[in-house]
Structure formats: C-alpha cells, structure tokens
Design a protein around this ligand. Structure first.
Ligand SMILES: [Zn+2]
Length: 296
C-alpha cells in the first residue's frame, strides 16, 4: 500500500474505509461526465455515451449476424414483407418526430442518420420477442405476431424497439456498465483493509445500491422513453396510436411468457398503460399533423 492509503487511513482504525479510491473514482466520473455527456435528441436528457453512433452500428451488425446465423429466418410469405413495410414507415417518420420535438420541446435534432443501416428479419420461433439493435438491425419473432394481432399492434412493438436504437440506449448502457464496474473496483479497493465480514456487508450494500439506485431506474427510464418516442413514431407513420395501450394489455395477459426485454426492467403494465394514455393527446396531434384525417 502506498503513502496515499496510509495517509487517508490517518489516525482512524486500520480497518476503516480508505477514501482515496472513492476520490479517484469521483474525479474520473466528473471527467467522464464532461467529456462524454451530451444532450440527447428526442428527450433532451443528458446522456453519457462513450461510443460513437458508428461504433454502435458496427457492434449491432456483429450481434445481428450472429443471431441470424443461429436462427430460422423466414424468407417467404407475408410476414417478412409486412415487417419490412412497417419498419420503413416508422423509420421515415423518425426525422419528422425529431423535428416535431425540437420544435415543441426544444430538444436537439442532431441524429447521425448515416450511422443507421436499417434492416429487418423475421425469425421463426415460439418466443414472444422482437428487438432493434444499435444501428437499426431489427428482428421480429413469429411468436410475437399473435400478440401484435394487427398492423397497428406490430407498429407499436416495432416503434418501441426502433426508438431504443434512435435514442442510443445501447451505447448509454455500455457506458453505465463501465462506470458501475469502475465504481465497484473503487469500492473494493477502499474497503480492502476492513474486517472481511463487515467488508462483505458494505460491498453487498454498494452492489444493491448500484442495481436499484442506478441500473434499474435507468433501464426503467429507457423503457418509458422508448414507449413515448415509439408511440409518436407510430402516430407520425400514420398508424393508430390507440392500439399501443391495447397491445400492452395483451402483453400483460401473457404473464411469464412475456418477452425477456419486457420482463423485470419494464415499468408495471398499469403504469405503462397509464403513461401511454397520458401521451395519447400528443400522439394524436402528431398523427393529425403528418397524416391529416386519413386512416392509415
Ligand atoms: Zn424496451
């Protein structure tokens, strides 16, 4: 142990907490915040992201190829075409929603569209699942189609997934995981001299704090953001936004067969449906503005 550690242990008990690792982490965190923080499009929320959109695209592409190579990809029939058409409409609506939010809420409109290469696949599987990876690679599992029930329901699911990609939640999660890892390292170093039993308790408390104080609230806010922006995407693409709360009711009725993405990290269905209904007025305005009175 260096002079640093000795000094901060000071006159206190040898088994106390060392402060310098926590201090270093604090300095690192401040540096990180200032060098990697940016204000996100669509939400205006300050986001910590270390990767560029282009790096996220490359990572997304790599996982997509891996997943598809291990999946039964549906080539024929209506589903692949329908999924592609819905994605195309939602993607074309994205700049409109970004512009609308910039106008009404003052959020930045600086999406790097060149970092998205949209592509859709339908995977034959009983899994109730769908995803959109960073960079825009989309997959819909056939198991989710009965829950989607109709075009508007499928647009609600895909709008939510596409919103995750547009909002760059993947890049943000990578940065968070790195910071949490560094934080855990700092905590482990600063408790190095403690009595092992006590240390275990402190580390467990810190772990729970990171899980319930940082990671879980963040993933919940990601879900809410994807719900709202997804709803607006569907509305701007002239789908019926009112299908979204109905879809989540059907999803809730699945119980444990819900998609993994929609399990623990999501807000309770009641909260989610309430929020969607709360945003419905805005969604209808968006639909009116971009689609007029036409039924899509
Ligand atoms: Zn989600």
């Amino acid at each position: 142990m260096g002079p640093f550690g000795n000094r901060s242990a000071g006159g206190q008990s040898r088994r106390g907490l060392k402060l310098w690792p926590i201090l270093l982490f604090g300095i690192y965190f401040a540096y990180y915040w200032f060098s990697h923080g940016n204000v996100a499009s669509y939400t205006g929320r300050k986001q910590l992201i270390e990767t560029t959109s282009r790096e996220e695209l490359a990572l997304g592409l790599q996982s997509y190829r891996e997943i598809l190579s291990q999946s039964d990809v549906v080539r024929d029939g209506d589903a692949p075409r329908q999924v592609r058409d819905i994605a195309q409409r939602l993607v074309q609506a994205a700049p409109k929603v970004e512009e609308y939010l910039a106008e009404t809420a003052g959020t930045p409109a600086d999406t790097d569209w060149s970092a998205f290469q949209w592509e859709t696949s339908v995977i034959r599987s009983e899994q109730v699942n769908a995803f959109c990876l960073p960079g825009g690679k989309i997959a819909v599992y056939t198991g989710i189609l009965p829950v989607a029930k109709n075009e508007d329901g499928l647009a609600a699911i895909m709008g939510h997934e596409i919103a995750h990609a547009l909002l760059r939640h993947g890049g943000e999660r990578m940065a968070q995981q790195k910071l949490v890892q560094f934080g855990a390292m700092a905590a482990s170093m600063s408790t190095g001299d403690m009595d092992p039993g006590q240390r275990q308790m402190v580390m467990a408390a810190i772990g729970a704090g990171a899980q319930y104080g940082v990671l879980l609230p963040f993933s919940r806010s990601h879900e809410s953001e994807a719900d709202r922006v997804g709803l607006l995407l569907a509305a701007a693409a002239c789908f019926n936004p009112e299908e979204a709360p109905r879809l989540w009711e059907r999803m809730a009725a699945l119980g444990s067969r819900k998609p993994p993405e929609f399990m623990s990290t999501h807000p309770a269905e009641g909260t989610r449906i309430g929020q969607l209904n709360g945003w419905m007025g805005e969604a209808k305005q968006v639909r009116q503005r971009f689609c007029g009175g036409a039924q899509g």
